[in-house]
Design a protein. Structure first.
Length: 341
């Protein structure tokens, strides 16, 4: 409501009240009209002056500050100063919007803080596990180096595996850091994705054989599927996804690759028929170090960063990845790539 309308209604209420009281005691319409007119004009002038000077001007200043803060400096400079015709209603609307936006920011900051705590805790745990193992093997090695050389060799081999695990962990963390900061450029080139997928399947054939997992295209792809992407990084995506399907799928199971042609993209799916993933885990599946079953994850190996790396690589390509899964049926990871020709 505008200030003039608000003051007018208030002055009318005061004028009518005084006029009716005067009429009650004087029983004269003349005196009633005179008292109404005088009180109405006096109230209007007085209320308008007081509200404008001590309240309305302050509300306009508050509105101006909130409006400019919401716009930001660059946008405010481009649009110029904005003067509201009804700052009372506008300031209420602006404050509600601002409060909602700030609440969302606070909620996001709380989630990020929780994620930071979990991340630091996970990093600490992931580093401590192999370090403590190496420390234990070295201490035992010192005791049996002369008495039992064969046992010493076994402990050295175990220590070496834990050093390799640390090396993988550091390399994966470094890769994610560089992908997030944009330090690693994307080398866009035209290549046949079908050929790349077959190369990856051949490279992982021995690993699949050990788990008795069959790798295949769901359908026979006789024609090439040319995409515009970084071939080596997409190779890493495929290796991570297929390796996961082998490690976490069931024995005597299968992993299939499907390619769907969209308007200007290819949709690639990697599907297994394993135990599946509970729906509550799906939103956090691409977080760093997030494990559904920590015990089983460490048994089969890995740094817990594979899916996070996959997500960052595809986001660097301005593409998306998604996952759908049903318990006891299987899991499908799907991502897009830019199509050429």
């Amino acid at each position: 409501m505008k200030l003039s309308v608000l003051v007018l209604i208030t002055a009318l209420a005061v004028g009518l009240s005084i006029g009716l009281v005067n009429f009650h005691f004087q029983q004269s319409w003349y005196f009633m009209l005179v008292s109404f007119a005088v009180s109405f004009v006096t109230s209007f002038i007085m209320f308008y002056y007081l509200l404008e000077k001590y309240i309305y001007s302050k509300i306009k200043l508050i509105y101006k500050l909130i409006h400019n803060l919401k716009l930001g400096k660059d946008l405010k400079d481009a649009l110029g100063e904005y003067v509201s015709t009804d700052p009372i209603n506008d300031v209420e609307h602006e404050v509600k919007e601002w409060a909602g936006a700030k609440k969302q920011e606070i909620d996001l900051l709380k989630k990020q803080e929780q994620f930071r705590r979990e991340f630091l805790s996970n990093v600490s745990h992931e580093f401590k596990t192999p370090l403590f193992a190496i420390q234990g093997y070295i201490e035992t090695l010192q005791d049996c180096l002369l008495d039992d050389p064969e046992m010493a060799v076994k402990f050295l081999q175990k220590a070496e595996k834990n050093v390799e695990r640390l090396s993988y962990l550091i390399n994966d963390l470094d890769a994610i850091s560089k992908l997030e900061s944009g330090e690693v450029p994307i080398d866009y080139r035209k290549f046949d994705f079908v050929l790349l997928a077959k190369e990856v399947m051949e490279a992982l054939e021995d690993k699949a054989t050990k788990r008795r997992v069959q790798l295949s295209f769901k359908e026979k792809y006789m024609h090439p599927a040319f995409v515009n992407a970084d071939r080596e990084k997409i190779r890493q995506v495929m290796i991570n996804l297929i390796s996961n399907s082998i490690k976490y799928g069931k024995e005597n199971g299968s992993t299939a690759i499907k390619i769907f042609e969209l308007h200007d993209q290819y949709l690639i799916e990697v599907t297994d028929d394993g135990i599946g993933i509970d729906e509550k885990h799906l939103p956090r599946l691409f977080e760093r170090f997030y494990r559904i079953d920590s015990h089983r994850s460490r048994e089969v190996g890995g740094t817990g960063l594979g899916l996070a790396i996959v997500k960052h690589i595809l986001e660097a390509h301005q593409q998306i990845i998604s996952v759908r899964s049903t318990l006891q049926i299987g899991t499908t990871f799907a991502f897009t790539l830019q199509k050429i020709g």
